[in-house]
Design a protein. Sequence first.
Length: 178
Amino acid sequence: MALSVVYAADTGHVVGALALTGASTLPDVASLVGPALPLRVSLGAGRTATLPLNARELAVAAADDEPGALADPLAYAVELTAEAPPRPKPTLLRLATWKDGLALATDGLAITLPFARNSLIKVVALVSDEQDTHVLAGEIPAGETTVKLPVTLAAASEHGVLVLAGGWAGRLEKAKVL
């Protein structure tokens, strides 16, 4: 068996992992996930938010064995380099976890990381909204910790949220507009 991962091309976050047997070449992303990879989060009371990641924004790579990637893919990333695609069999990077720092408001999603980095951090976020999904993108400048991504939401509503901030573990959770 060989570990293969589907990852966000912009941030390197692993969003899915699978162990393939007997495959000598990697399948393309669309043959693995279809037009989009649906990530789901429970909103409670039998409701589920589906956050579809467009296959055009994803890539696939064979990776060194990392059993944790099968159980918690958002905690890992493919190391992105100037080379595209990444090395033939990249090592997966374990990402720093963070628990606080997401605030959903009627006018946007504020993301605050635990500490600043010396380089620009790309951020991609998906926010469910009834039948639609808002796809948001931004950057946190070097030396800063916060970005606010604009989106219009109803007060006191609940949403599924996926946040991918470069160098930090991905977050998939339920959030309420405050």
